[in-house]
Design a protein around this ligand. Sequence first.
Ligand code: COI
Length: 359
Amino acid sequence: MNIVETSTLKIRKAEESKIGSVDFDNIIFGEIFTDHMFTCKYKDGQWQQSEIVPYGPIMMDPSAKVFHYGQAVFEGMKAYKDEKDSIWLFRPEDNQKRLNISSERLAMPSFPEDKFFEGLEALLKMDKEWIKKGEGNSLYIRPFVIASQSGVSASPASEYTFMIICSPAQSYFSGKKVDIKVLFAEKYSRSADGGVGFAKCAGNYAGQFYPTKLANDAGYHQVVWTDSNTHEYLEEAGVMNVFFRVNDTLLTAPTSDRILDGITRKSVIKLAEDKGMDLEIRPVSVKEIVEAAKNGSLKEMFGVGTAAVVSPIAIFGYKGVDYTLPKIEDTYADYFKNMIEGIQANKKEDKFGWMRQVK
Ligand code: COI
């Protein structure tokens, strides 16, 4: 067996690659994983030696606290390959920081930046054949931390496992030309003041599944969550932040302890400012968006996120009525998508220093 070890990282290579069995032209988001995974355990108050091992199941005691109390946080980031086969990450420092912000909120230990990048970069170099070039192709990276200590007492664990797994990705919404339909939430809530809405923690997603299933059954892809107090203001869509274009003004909700501080969201805001667009970051009411849809001034709605990139929304539903967005040329959504994907593919100037090369 092929083992390489340094004082901080131990690598055990897979004996055979699975890559030959993958149909890269028909990738469904998050279903296939690369040959290796990164793992590091926390115990006795510190992170231990990191390891890269062949991808596969992990053993955990059934009483591990993650199964009972949901101490689990994660990140979503992507690696890209440019025309010269160089590997790039998009604003990865922001993901690394946000992971620790999420961990802190769930009383979990932070994972050191140097160990994060040492492991991530070594993993990407080992699995570099899995990163495909070309429009829309990337490797989705899922770092996560779980409470792996056994015992069902309801208190923060003293042992954790940090892992990184990677999955080749194309568009999140399968079927590239799908018309995305969203439903504005009227009853259920994703997050509340003082809660964990800003954290990328597993429970935030679990809590959305039931209302999202109801929405799916009614023909919608996603729910756009509204504020839990009044359901009058539009917040985020669970796997993406949301932007609205009313006439030529771009609107999006400010982040708060209920809304994820999305990295694609921040990037869109920066690009909009740079382009001199009329941008308002303020609470966006359901009422104004419904009125704008009725009077024709609502030109666009789109979701943004690492997995979703920039996904135009075709229809929104509210109080039993579906509102269809107009089909227009030269959309803001296309502009942001082209800019962001162009920067990520190393084809457009990285004016803001967002890209980090994996060397
Ligand atoms: C991401 O865009 O990284 C996400 O977290 C979406 C994921 C929950 C599918």
